[in-house]
Ligand binder design. Sequence first.
Ligand code: MSP
Length: 472
Amino acid sequence: MPTNKFYITTPIYYSNDEPHLGHLSTTIYADILTKYKKELGFKTLFLTGNDEHGEKVYLEANKSKIAPQTFVDDMAKKWRGYWKKMEVQPDIFMRTSNPKHKEIVSTLLTKIKNNGDIYKGVYRGIYCVGCEEFKTEKQLMDGKCPEHRPDQVSYKEEENYFFKLSKYIPQITKLLKSGELSLETETWRKEIISRLEGEKIQDLSISRANVSWGIELPWDPKHTVYVWVEALMNYFTATIIYKKESFYPANVHFLGKGNNWFHSVIWPALLLSLDIDLPKNIFVHGYYNVEGKKMGKSLGNVIKPNELIEKYGVEGTRYLLCATMPYNKDSDVSYQLFNDIYNSHLANGIGNLARRLSTLAKGSNLVTKIDFKNSLSLNNEIKNAYESYNLTKVCEEVKKQMDEINQKIAKTEPWNIKEKEKKDMLLKELVEDFLKSAILLKPVLPDTWSKIEESLSNKEVQQTEVLFSKLN
Ligand code: MSP
């Protein structure tokens, strides 16, 4: 039976720091897809939030000499504030220090244990606190984590409880290969399958003996639950805490490639053990690189969200992240690239066209009511792009249409038409063409669309304000 419900999640981000470009992009994509589905009449549930436990957050709180709970409370305020500023409207802002989350996690773990899927053992190996992950030799480069500073990596030997991950590997491999467990996009699906088939997958340590900032194991409170395990469970616990059970399971978990293994292998294995439904789809995107290099503090090439907002505005930033989305590969960005896209797609594209048409049609009575769903049904390319979460393609297609409308204006020269009726007819056609394309960016640029609609779609056309000022 077709359902009109859509549950989408982002990873819940560590609250050790404020959001960076990567967090911003995944969350904006999820917000845009939620707004898109809403336009189509879906009931939506959009979850984002903070992953508040574990060593990484604890160490940062300690460094600031603030109690961990106060530290994560402050961070949650900052993150929520960020999303509000970026026009991101989650239905649930999940926090793992929520006492109800702790309660449900305890129940779930007890169930896994009662199923015979948990045993005690000794872990010996490398742990990267940046990833909050035990690393295999293969995942390290010269003994270092490719994503974090060398001081974040250390050898650990501790008594842990283990989850029988290996027991579920054949089943998960089969589900992923058959597509029953859908993992997009192709690059990252292949990567996971080749790891599943090429390596002997070890059981997963699910408790930490020396990390106090976490959820106590119900049967052995000297241990806390490994932060990733309880974080993954948030996608389930949140639906109970916020009384949205009917939305479970997620239609799509949206995430960056670094989180793929956890979402495509560990999370499904925990769910299989619990006999709870698997997510319908896992969508993995690549990372942003800056001028060919990995973005990082030590390289001094970090693009800060606030700098983007200052330069391009909130909606300019939302648009640029979509236009450069690392879909099926990593994406190389630079201020030069952002400037070029901003000028050609926004300032000279949609912004200039709105101004040009509203100047030509000012005072005319064109009354052009446009509907998102109808416009989409006339645009298969864009519909397919949205449906496959390819937001770069959405931007490219709309840009093409804007260029075509500009060419049509140049060809038809409405300013040379003397007869009012004939001129109004042509202007109505051009304005309609424009609105039908522009509305398709409504999920990306909600405020810009309101301004366009207000000036061009009204009884009497008003001149549109400058929506995106050209950058030099
Ligand atoms: N707390 C875990 C997730 C638990 S989810 C049950 C975590 N948090 S994180 O703060 O490190 O955020 C990881 C996510 O940030 C990635 O999945 C991705 O969405 C985003 N990105 C981090 N770096 C990125 C880039 N360089 N480029 C694009 N997105 C990236 O891991």
